[in-house]
Design a protein. Structure first.
Lengths: 117, 113
């Protein structure tokens, strides 16, 4: 009954390859995210989707392409992998509300540790 | 000024000590505030939400000062199991489903026997 699950947990690949990371949430949330945590442990948002629609697209190389087939899934495809892409990628979901009094925390998947060699 | 700034740490404290973490945020329109905990090589997990009036959960007390744009977390009677990185998180709903949470860099806590 995992709330946010992402696969694979570990991904080791060579430079120039294309890879995908999958994410699914069973919380019924409308919004899903991809975060990147680099070697300095800084968590930075990459993308946010609300009901399959791209909402937030931070400054990320266009080699990274998210895809949301439905609101429970948000996959991340990475083309032409580079050494600098090595990091832990976290998928997350939340249920935002227009009410400012409602706190909507993030629920994270357990991360995908990507190593590019 | 960074969007969410925290004490750099690391904090090394003996068991039983009281430790306080501070955090400041730059966007005065921010609406939601949280403390997350991240263990080594694990995903961040929600520790507690932070409410305007301040709130307590067992040994943990969180406070928010909107005027100063300042958030704090107090841990009393530290346990070895409290050793982790504590992340200050600030959320902003900007309409059309756009809800963004911004993370601080985290403060590492090591509780020593």
């Amino acid at each position: 009954d995992t709330a946010v699950s992402q696969t694979p947990k570990y991904l080791v690949t060579q430079m120039g390859n294309d890879k995908s990371i999958k994410c699914e949430q069973n919380l019924g949330h409308d919004t899903m995210y991809w975060y990147k945590q680099d070697s300095k442990k800084f968590l930075k948002i990459m993308f946010s989707y609300n009901n399959k629609e791209l909402i937030i697209n931070e400054t990320v190389p266009n080699r990274f392409s998210p895809k949301s087939p439905d609101k429970a899934h948000l996959n991340l495809h990475i083309n032409s992998l580079e050494l600098g892409d090595s990091a832990v990628y976290f998928c997350a979901s939340s249920q935002p509300s227009r009410s400012s009094s409602y706190n909507s925390p993030l629920h994270f998947g357990n991360g995908t540790r990507l190593t590019v060699t | 000024r960074k969007e969410v700034e925290q004490d750099p740490g690391p904090f090394n404290v003996p068991e039983g000590a009281t430790v306080a973490f501070n955090c400041t945020y730059s966007n005065s329109a921010s609406q939601s505030f949280f403390w997350y905990r991240q263990d080594c090589r694990k995903e961040p997990k929600l520790l507690m939400s932070v409410y305007s009036s301040g709130n307590e959960d067992g040994r943990f007390t969180a406070q928010l000062n909107r005027a100063s744009q300042y958030i704090s977390l107090l841990i009393r009677d530290s346990k070895l199991s409290d050793s982790a990185t504590y992340l200050c998180v600030v959320g902003l709903y900007s309409g059309a489903g756009s809800y963004q949470l911004t993370f601080g860099k985290g403060t590492k806590l090591s509780v020593i026997p």
